[in-house]
Design a binder for this molecule. Sequence first.
Ligand code: ARG
Ligand code: ZN
Length: 494
Amino acid sequence: MHRRIIAPGALAAASLMLAIPASAASWSPGAPGIGDPYYPAYGNGGYDVSHYDLRLKYRPTTDELSGTATILAKTTQDLSSFDLDFLLDVSEVRVNGARASFTTSGQHELVITPRTPLAEGTPITVVVRYSGVPSTKSAYGFNTWHRTPDGAVAADEPEAAWWWYPSNDHPLDKATYDVSVAVPNGTQALSNGTLQSTRSQLGWTRYNWRENKPQATYLTTLAIGRFDITTGTSEGGVPVVNAYSKDLGDDDGAARASVERTGELVDWLSGYFGPYPFSSAGGYVPNTTTGYALETQTRVYYSPRQFASGSNASVVVHELAHQWYGDSVSLKGWKDIWINEGFARYAQWLWSEHEGEGTTQELADYVYAEHPADDPFWKVAPGDPGPDNQFDIAVYDRGALAIQALRNAIGDDAFFAVLKGWPQEHAYGNASVADFEAYAEKVSGTSLGPLFDTWLFQPSKPAAPAAKGAAIAGSAAMPQPRSWKKIAATNDVH
Ligand code: ARG
Ligand code: ZN
């Protein structure tokens, strides 16, 4: 009922008398996971982070990363101890200025016991001093820290943070960031948001980056290497910072011919999704070899492999679409991955139509026809694919097909109102597939349960393609249809 700070001495005395005060019984450890059934140990319970300040130093020759993380958070329960997710070597932890004891447990848990228990609702400042060689650390037998000939890159999904900063590693706990990294003169350090300043002294150059909008842990990126950095502003006024490894070889031209279009494509996507949600945009192409790109917030990670066949504006559209669908509006649980990938793929289909390379309907028909009924493609439910199929092609292609089916069922005006309204409805927050379904029902005034079930959840090929004007099986108009026309009027794209 009432909360009060108990001095550690008082607690010790109480337990000596074997009479623990009622309020002391509520001090308990924060959970080692945030409660995501796909990844039970990811994230933690008992507190909520508002800001990460990372002050780091990195040596490309040895892969040594060292520094201090200062984490601002608020407790959400009475805590005797709490966890951060982290793999590097910790030398000191302080909570509210006082040295705290710490230990490691599980695959990536740093368990912190403050000198004094923490009452629910208390603002806390956690300082973690650390160092380590990220390429030597694994959890569950894997490592997603990418070394390059001239540095390293942290960019992966869902696991990336453990190798470079301690965090509450789940998209449910978003926070703002200051990332400051010192690297040897001549090397660059990239991260999210705006480059506030750089400073060189004693042979090191420090890059100070700031992301001032809430950001999920896996969307926080770090890249160190020798980069050529370009800056500009989109026609619509969004500042753009891009970077290319000086070591891209034959891929350099195609990479620039794609990523330099970031400003144009941000403005083009704004027509569908509404105002760009962040204060900067851009991408970087380091000399890595991964097969994937990643929508790291404001500063997209591209692998040179995306440009091995020539320019690829489509992948830029995909990753920029995520800035609205995935980054500003993040998923609540990893099972909700469709609200990220289905829409980023659908944005590529809209781009294809814009470029005269196939309409969204043609692409939907192609995906439907391409996979026969016995193709395992239809076994994957994009609405809840399971952790092993989180990035299965079905989440993307069947996911986009579901969006075309939705469009055909509710009509273009309601559909484009949903597409633009959703990023506003949940801006800088979290949402689920069920939230999307409810929102589309609200805007369209149509009951959509059977449609979502057929296209996103059934482990089988829908009986008929996503045809225009198709009736929704078993659907009925909702009792009080909401007029979408007001929202549709603001859609200036189609
Ligand atoms: N969200 C990324 C994209 O769609 C996919 C990342 C997949 N991650 C991975 N490790 N394969 O561009
Ligand atoms: Zn994606």
